[in-house]
Ligand binder design. Structure first.
Ligand code: PFF
Ligand code: NA
Length: 464
């Protein structure tokens, strides 16, 4: 008999799931990572490829990943084991779950450090630390923060404790209310920033950078970065959305909810870009400023607008909350697995997962100061120049997760749902009949998504 609910519980309603999944998706990936990665990869053409990846790979894989979670009703590892068993397939598919947990620890470790920067900015902005500063002053404040490992460690610790507190009680309590307030508030403040960006005179330049594609800026690496950003921003390919799907009622429509989550996430990312690039040009900054991009541009904007201290403080509070609702979804798969397989109390499992990620996070803390020189080696892949493989601990974990592990997880999910599960089980779980909607999605999941992911991988390493 198929399980109707997970032992970890169930969302109170369909809306609760949409809100939780949106909470997982919308986070630092939209407001911190999207602008800086776009800036480093040349703008418009990157954005175009990113949007194509969202639509042709992200959306279909998200539907597949939620479907798996709801059918398995357990942690991603056990869901994959039991679904493989049920379909008469190899247990090796549980690798999807294991890869996901490995990726989750790495993402959580650096995510918490960056969320810590945001926390520190709440207090700085509220205290007026940016008032009256020019761009060099603002950058000085940012550099002062990241060059201080003890301060970074302290904020990283605070954020990780916040996560453990929520996950220990079960991710459902309070999440619905929090996200209900968070999304409109975040959109409202992004609109304030967009209005400010329109008012400062470099709006057209910003829009050109963000939306006018310059295809000479495209290469295999840029396309890989765009696909990686699509996976990261949608929380896809590592089991986070799968486990949220496992708490979803059997009656809710997976297709509709996925479309909602993807739209909300894309809207927030694009608005963040629209707000930030005009400020970049108006402040005389370069788009490829790196991970500090929003921590320099946003204080510039808030120090230049009326009511900036209030708007700025509120904005960084919302950013922390958005990061919080994302990072709890990073912890949940491993915590659920420990509860299922190690018979651990949820509280203990949460503390353990938080502790491991916290220790790993020290690598990211040091990546911006004591260990900021890149480590690695050169590899000749037959391109014009040998490529450098390596970087700081932060940049390696970020690259490995977004550009390799998440797309690999997505590839396996697409193959499992599209080629290994019987079409009957897939149809049965989706419950949208066999009409055009089903057939369209099924074809994209079977052909476009896996072939797309493979081509992007092969192209990035110069094999095609
Ligand atoms: N999607 C989140 C963001 O955009 O900030 C980050 C994230 C959360 C990635 C959960 C992966 C994940 F499983
Ligand atoms: Na996101």
């Amino acid at each position: 008999m198929r399980k109707e609910t997970s032992i970890h519980g169930q969302w109170s309603s369909k809306l609760a799931f949409v809100l939780a999944a949106t909470g997982s998706a919308v986070g630092l990936g939209n407001i911190w990572r999207f602008p800086y990665i776009t800036g480093e990869n040349g703008g418009g053409a990157f954005v175009l490829v990113y949007l194509m990846c969202i639509l042709l790979i992200g959306l279909p894989v998200m539907i597949g990943e939620i479907l798996l979670g709801r059918r398995g009703r357990q942690s991603p590892i056990n869901t994959m084991t039991s679904l493989s068993h049920e379909e008469g397939l190899s247990r090796a598919w549980s690798l999807i779950g294991w890869l996901g947990v490995a990726a989750a620890f790495m993402i959580l470790s650096f995510y918490s450090v960056i969320a810590g920067w945001s926390l520190s900015y709440v207090f700085r902005t509220a205290g007026g630390a940016f008032t009256g500063l020019d761009v060099d002053g603002v950058r000085g404040v940012f550099e002062g923060l990241v060059s201080d490992p003890e301060r970074l460690l302290a904020w990283h610790t605070v954020f990780m404790v916040m996560n453990v507190l929520v996950v220990a009680r079960g991710v459902r309590s309070g999440l619905e209310q929090a996200v209900k307030f968070l999304m409109p508030a975040l959109l409202g403040l992004l609109l304030v920033l967009v209005i400010y960006a329109v008012s400062i005179g470099h709006f057209a330049e910003g829009m050109r950078f963000l939306f006018a594609p310059d295809f000479s800026k495209i290469n295999g690496e840029v396309v890989l970065m765009a696909m990686g950003q699509a996976f990261f921003t949608l929380s896809l390919g590592m089991g986070a959305i799968m486990i949220y799907g496992s708490y979803l009622s059997s009656r809710a429509s997976i297709m509709r909810t996925s479309a909602t989550v993807v739209s909300a996430d894309t809207l927030v990312a694009v608005l963040a870009g629209v707000a930030i690039f005009p400020i970049v040009f108006a402040s005389g900054l370069q788009p490829d400023e790196g991970p500090g991009l929003i921590f320099v541009t946003l204080p510039m904007a808030f120090s230049g607008m009326p009511g900036g201290v209030i708007f700025g403080t509120l904005f960084f509070i919302l950013l922390v909350m958005a990061a919080w609702t994302s990072s709890i979804s990073l912890m949940e798969p491993a915590v659920a697995w420990l509860v299922e397989n190690r018979d651990m109390e949820r509280v203990k499992a949460s503390v353990l997962v938080g502790l491991v990620a916290w220790v790993l996070g020290i690598g990211t803390v040091l990546s911006f100061n004591l260990w900021s020189s890149p480590i690695g080696f050169h590899l000749d892949l037959g391109g014009e120049e040998p490529v450098f493989i390596g970087g700081t601990i932060f940049s390696m974990m970020d690259y490995l997760t977004s550009n390799v592990l998440l797309p690999l997880g997505g590839l396996f999910i697409a193959l499992f749902v599209g080629w290994r599960m019987t079409r009957r089980s897939v149809q049965d779980e989706l419950g949208v009949g066999t009409g055009l909607l089903f057939r369209g999605w099924y074809a994209v999941l079977r052909f476009v998504a896996p072939v797309g992911i493979l081509l992007v991988f092969l192209n990035a390493v110069n094999l095609i």
